[in-house]
Design a protein around this ligand. Structure first.
Ligand code: ZN
Length: 302
């Protein structure tokens, strides 16, 4: 299929292509990712996601921003409908979007951030390529004529996080998978353009804190990219088998999808839910897996 701005995030596009978010989703919960891909489940749009998109579209163009606001009036504005006339009027803006306006102003006025935002380039540039035996899609917030990839991020903060698996603290860019994203984007960009050198990958971030924090970061680091790609490769065999309907997806047991569809089969000993007890992940239930198994298998080799 031909990817466009309108179908990029569709279940159909996700069935045909891998993406960085889909990869992260598979690691979180295979069952939810498959259910979403096969149209059984539409996750709730969180306020954090809406705020992120509100800021993104403002940095892209007035047109894109107005279109976004039109489509999300009741999430952004406090509306009141008059009983007498039936007319709806705006009585204010929700606090998260007032903060978003402040964040946009920082992006547009800070001298360092502004110079990247004002650069010539294509917004929401879509590229495709192949990695580890599957087709991948990427969507760049901004792509300049000299191959710079610029990503905008509305962050909670710019702090460090403790990584349980690694047993060490890491920066927010590592914790949220931005090095993984940069490694994948670089590979796909090189395939797409035929260049051999990694493109510069820059993250511009402003936080929702009071007052806001801000940062501009260059993520290029070849050894780190190689490590990130090797981690992805290690997971891809399992992901391919799940995505192509060859094995049943595992249910994480606690996400929105798993809670919504949970079937109790009896009582379990209390210590099975104590922290540290490693319960086996349940596999996706009969009826649900059967409903999309054939469609998933049809994706194999596409
Ligand atoms: Zn789950």
């Amino acid at each position: 299929m031909e990817l466009t701005r309108d179908n990029y995030y569709s279940p159909e596009a996700d069935r045909e292509y891998m993406s960085c978010s889909q990869y992260q989703d598979f690691l979180e919960c295979e069952a939810a990712t498959m259910a979403k891909m096969h149209g059984l489940f539409v996750p709730k749009e969180t306020e954090a996601l809406l705020v992120g998109n509100y800021v993104h579209t403002a940095l892209e163009s007035d047109e894109a921003h107005e279109e976004f606001i039109e489509a999300h009036m009741d999430s952004i504005f406090k509306l009141k409908t008059s009983k007498a006339t039936g007319e709806t009027s705006i009585t204010g803006k929700y606090a998260a979007f007032q903060k978003a306006d402040e964040i946009i102003q920082i992006f547009l006025t800070d001298p360092t951030l502004k110079q990247f935002i004002l650069m010539d380039g294509e917004n929401e540039k879509i590229m495709t390529g192949n990695l580890f035996g599957m087709k991948w899609k990427i969507r760049l917030d901004k792509y300049t004529p000299d191959r710079m990839i610029i990503d905008y991020k509305t962050a909670a903060d710019l702090s460090t996080e403790y990584n349980l698996a690694l047993g060490e603290r890491e920066c927010f860019l590592e914790a949220y998978g931005y090095l993984m994203r940069a490694a994948v984007y670089s590979e796909i960009e090189k395939q797409f353009t035929g260049n051999k050198e990694d493109p510069p990958f820059i993250i511009l971030a402003v936080t929702k804190q009071e007052p806001c924090d801000k940062g501009a970061y260059l993520l290029n680091h070849r050894q780190r990219y190689d490590w990130e790609l090797s981690v992805i490769e290690a997971h891809m065999k399992r992901i391919r088998e799940v995505k192509w309907g060859m094995v049943r997806p595992r249910r994480c047991g606690h996400c929105e999808w798993c809670r919504k569809t949970k079937r109790l089969t009896g009582v379990i000993p209390y210590y099975h839910i104590k922290p540290g007890y490693q319960a086996e992940c349940e596999e996706e239930y009969d009826g649900i897996f059967a409903s999309y198994m054939e469609a998933a298998q049809a994706q194999r080799g596409l």
